[in-house]
Ligand binder design. Structure first.
Ligand SMILES: [Cu+2]
Length: 177
């Protein structure tokens, strides 16, 4: 054999490449996309809905999930509790809405590939409801959700994969020697 690379070195390289492909695969996937909502975008409602519902094109991860409904003043909160995630469906209960005008569903979810996806869905309340906004101090907020998704699990996973590849290559090399 006159190959420039020894057999174990080629095995190690192949395993490292496989590990790199695994690491890169999540980034190659498309992010989760909002496909529908209730209320739907730009809907006009005569009364406030009991909950806000978002449907995505694929199941989203149940972490860092944020769903709030902001009032016509752009600051008041109208959600009655934290968001819940069931597969591709993200929902949150709403308080009775108050002043007529433009409301905004604001969301942030974690894609199946681990990346955050956020957006807004505007809708309109045409008849003032009986409700009062959640006082700002008790609004359902998740300050931790604004941080970046940690990289360390990927780095650790990559190191483990590369280490395993190296160990396997060494063992194979020894068996051949
Ligand atoms: Cu992504």
């Amino acid at each position: 054999m006159t190959s420039r690379w020894s057999f174990p070195a080629r095995i190690a390289a192949a395993l490292a490449a496989a590990g790199a492909a695994l690491l890169c695969a999540p980034a190659a996937d498309a992010h989760s996309v909002l496909v529908s909502s209730s209320p739907s975008a730009d809907a006009s409602l005569a009364s406030g809905p009991a909950e806000a519902v978002l449907e995505f094109n694929e199941p989203v991860e149940n972490r860092f999930t944020e769903l709030s409904v902001l009032g016509p003043d752009g600051a008041s909160h109208w959600e009655a509790g934290p968001a819940s995630v069931v597969d591709a469906r993200v929902s949150a209960p709403l308080r009775p809405l108050g002043p007529a005008g433009g409301y905004t569903i604001r969301y942030r979810v974690t894609s199946a590939d681990g990346h955050p996806v956020s957006g807004t869905v505007p809708f309109r309340l045409t008849v003032a409801g009986p409700g009062g906004a959640v006082p700002a101090a008790t609004a359902v907020t998740r300050p931790d959700a604004d941080g970046p998704v940690p990289l360390w699990p990927w780095i650790t996973g990559g190191a483990v994969l590369l280490g395993t590849g190296y160990a396997v290559a060494r063992r194979l090399g020894r068996a051949h020697a």
